[in-house]
Design a protein around this ligand. Structure first.
Ligand SMILES: *[C@@H]1O[C@H](CO)[C@@H](O)[C@H](O)[C@H]1NC(C)=O
Ligand SMILES: *[C@@H]1O[C@H](CO)[C@@H](O)[C@H](O)[C@H]1NC(C)=O
Ligand SMILES: *[C@@H]1O[C@H](CO)[C@@H](O)[C@H](O)[C@H]1NC(C)=O
Ligand SMILES: *[C@@H]1O[C@H](CO)[C@@H](O)[C@H](O)[C@H]1NC(C)=O
Ligand SMILES: *[C@@H]1O[C@H](CO)[C@@H](O)[C@H](O)[C@H]1NC(C)=O
Ligand SMILES: *[C@@H]1O[C@H](CO)[C@@H](O)[C@H](O)[C@H]1NC(C)=O
Length: 321
């Protein structure tokens, strides 16, 4: 009898720990981190806020970057008592290995902007090939982010994907794609494409990506676009989408015009973008519809895009690392 109780207790503990110890794979790209102080501050905010809300033992970090940046990340993590090895990928090696696949994306989605010509901004569509097969899901992040909540809660959203959804991504919070689509929208006055939330196909911000790598590996639709650049050109032609320059998020946005059901829309509270560059540039009548996040009280993840400073924390907890 006692033996049975012990056995049940043992099973209970096993089940508990198998739930609590699920490893979360996180990928991010870094360049110039060892020399750029602004990036260093961003990275410090990013990593300390991440560790503050979740057990760092459950995180496996994949860092794509130059070797100086890897060194900086390694040092910072050592100072924060992160005890695992980081998984390092050299950006130049990846850029040359995937050059044939990446160069059409660079060509189409960095129009005129030298900064966004860096392969660094186009790697996320290839992460299912870059990471080993035994990694089935990964959260890919920009580093100008601050976590005000546990990343486990974000990871849980993978379970809400339906059959057709392979990638989770939040809407772009500014009317950028409305602007770029002016001609298509003029020709198609009843289109939903470029419209604001909650019903529009607004376009995406790729600062936070939930990549279901297994589903992406299996999606012939998605991989066909990567392998056959004429398919991308057809969409660019159809939507007159020829001025874009925001890296991978342009690719996902363009794809969503045609195949919206590939994408699970993340709540704005998990990628609360702060950039207001487009405010006062001709879209003030609709600005709020794009920019406001209905759940403003409970933002889980702030994104200080276009170098926007983070707001103060609502609860000023002591950092314990
Ligand atoms: C890295 O630094 C170089 C030289 O200062 C600059 O040209 C480049 O745009 C930077 N790249 C990124 C991604 O920050
Ligand atoms: C940092 O580098 C050292 C030496 O190569 C290695 O032992 C350590 O595991 C690395 N730390 C991380 C977090 O990768
Ligand atoms: C995944 O595969 C890599 C080799 O590709 C191996 O080094 C690693 O230990 C494997 N990880 C797990 C969790 O099985
Ligand atoms: C998944 O959800 C999206 C959005 O609600 C919907 O458009 C799509 O048809 C759904 N796909 C499947 C296979 O249920
Ligand atoms: C973009 O497409 C429009 C219409 O198709 C064309 O008038 C314009 O010249 C193109 N711009 C560039 C930079 O290719
Ligand atoms: C925000 O979080 C608080 C505390 O967790 C909760 O009571 C409240 O209902 C949440 N508000 C919204 C709008 O989700």
């Amino acid at each position: 009898m006692i033996f049975k109780q012990i056995l049940i207790l043992f099973l209970f503990i096993c089940i508990q720990s198998s739930f609590s110890s699920s490893i979360i794979d996180i990928a991010f790209t870094v360049k110039n981190l060892s020399t750029n102080q602004r990036l260093q501050l961003n990275f410090f905010t990013f990593i300390t806020s991440l560790f503050q809300h979740t057990s760092k033992d459950n995180l496996r970090l994949h860092v794509i970057g130059d070797s100086d940046s890897h060194h900086f990340v390694n040092q910072t993590l050592q100072n924060l008592h992160y005890n695992h090895q980081i998984n390092k990928f050299n950006i130049d090696d990846l850029a040359s290995k995937y050059e044939k696949l990446i160069s059409p994306l660079i060509k189409h989605f960095s129009s005129g902007h030298t900064y966004y010509k860096d392969p660094l901004f186009f790697l996320s569509p290839f992460l299912h090939q870059i990471l080993p097969e035994n990694i089935s899901r990964v959260i890919m992040l920009d580093i100008d982010l601050r976590f005000d909540n546990d990343i486990q809660e974000l990871y849980k959203l993978f379970n809400q994907f339906n059959q057709s959804q392979i990638l989770g991504i939040a809407r772009e919070n500014q009317p950028i794609y409305r602007h770029l689509l002016w001609l298509y929208r003029q020709e198609n006055p009843h289109t939903n494409i470029g419209n604001p939330p909650p019903y529009g196909i607004t376009g995406f911000n790729s600062g936070v990506l939930l990549l279901n790598l297994n589903k992406i590996r299996q999606s012939s639709l998605f991989n066909n676009y990567l392998k056959n650049s004429y398919l991308i050109e057809q969409l660019i032609h159809k939507y007159h989408f020829n001025h874009s320059h925001l890296g991978d998020q342009d690719f996902y946005t363009l794809l969503s015009f045609q195949h919206n059901d590939l994408f699970f829309i993340l709540p704005c509270s998990w990628n609360r973008q702060l950039c207001t560059w487009w405010k006062g540039k001709g879209y003030d009548d609709v600005w709020d519809n794009y920019f406001n996040c209905n759940n403003e009280q409970n933002i889980s993840l702030y994104h200080g895009n276009c170098n926007t400073p983070m707001p103060n924390r609502i609860i000023n907890e002591k950092l314990e690392l």
